[in-house]
Design a protein around this ligand. Structure first.
Ligand code: NAP
Length: 299
């Protein structure tokens, strides 16, 4: 039987930890590394070995996967001191699954190519639930042969789609984040209007979920929002980061996105109010404050 590649996994947060666990359970040997070392412990308990740095992980792996917050983090992980590119061998496959700017994805993949390595951008959608259930939608940019090589790994975490060349995965993820942000804002406005007019929010969620307004956003988060539960999930500061990526990308391509600009401002207000670590569904708190109402179910 062909030996499965040893995987180096960097970034073991809400998403990275369950994704890495699926790969371990499928029989891959694994090196892990996280900025806060205690987050490596659950993976070590499942059989992973602790890496000392990003470079160390790259030196002892066949494939490196990263799942860190933002573009500067990805630059640090790959291009920084003791970074991945200091430890790679030519022919290695590198996969960044963080959500970052398409421009940064291309810059880092070009630096990897100079070291003889293929790099894929492979951001995901599906949230913490999708990471735990291995049902993530994985949007991949890069070389088709590298994609085929990575496909069995992706399929242990969800469903991959090759979207185009380097950066294309991040572009499609930006499109995804527009739709999700606007869904949350639509849900917030519907619930605020209902509450202000005296309708139980649980009724609004139930009825809208059964008709044309149904959305995954409302199915997953509606019942929690009306109880005031904003436990992340996906932190609003990350969605704010993504809305900044969307605006930069729109500017780069001469694209006008008025509703995304509004979403950016509402998510900016969340950060100003100290709600950056709440789930992105907490955008309803901004919409509530505009109408001086709190959406809560009477149940
Ligand atoms: P998270 O919980 O903050 O996890 C990120 C992890 O990366 C943290 O454990 C962090 O370490 C680690 N890290 C940061 N810089 C590092 C470095 N230089 N070296 C090693 N480790 C480093 O974030 P997340 O929710 O998993 O999100 C990760 C990415 O997935 C983001 O780009 C996000 O936009 C995207 N995403 C998230 C979701 C979601 O629902 N959460 C859904 C889709 C996509 P510390 O422990 O020290 O902070």
């Amino acid at each position: 039987m062909e030996q499965k590649p040893t995987i180096g996994f960097i970034g073991l947060g809400i998403m990275g930890a369950p994704m890495a666990a699926h790969l371990l359970r499928a029989g891959h040997d694994m090196l892990v590394y996280n900025r806060t070392p205690s987050k490596m412990e659950p993976l070590i308990a499942l059989g992973a070995k602790a890496g000392k740095s990003c470079r160390d992980v790259a030196e002892r792996s066949d494939v490196v996967i990263s799942m860190v917050p933002d573009s500067p983090d990805v630059e640090k992980v790959y291009l920084g001191e003791k970074g991945v590119l200091e430890g790679v061998k030519p022919g290695m496959l590198l996969i960044d699954m963080s959500t970052i700017s398409p421009v940064t994805a291309v810059i880092v993949s070009e630096a990897a190519a100079k070291k003889g390595c293929q790099m894929l951008d492979a951001p995901v959608s599906g949230g913490d639930v999708g990471a735990k259930k291995a049902t993530l939608s994985i949007m991949v940019g890069g070389d088709p042969e590298a994609y085929e090589q990575a496909r069995p790994i992706f399929e242990l975490m969800g469903t991959p789609t090759l979207c185009g060349p380097s950066g294309a995965g991040q572009t499609v993820k930006a499109c995804n984040q527009i739709q999700v942000a606007l869904n949350f804002i639509g849900m917030a406005e519907a619930l605020v209007l209902g509450a202000k007019a005296g309708v139980d929010p649980a009724i609004v969620v139930k009825v809208l979920s059964g008709g044309y307004a149904q959305s995954r956003v409302m199915d997953v988060r509606g019942p929690r929002v009306i109880k005031g539960d904003y436990e992340p999930g996906f932190r609003s500061r990350f969605h704010y980061k993504d809305l900044n990526i969307i605006r930069e990308t729109a500017r780069a391509f001469g694209c006008s996105l008025p509703a995304s600009a509004l979403a950016h401002e509402l998510f900016s207000a969340m950060q100003a109010n100290g709600w950056g670590d709440l789930d992105h569904s907490a955008v309803i708190k901004v919409v509530e404050s505009l109408s001086n109402v709190e959406v809560r179910t009477g149940e």
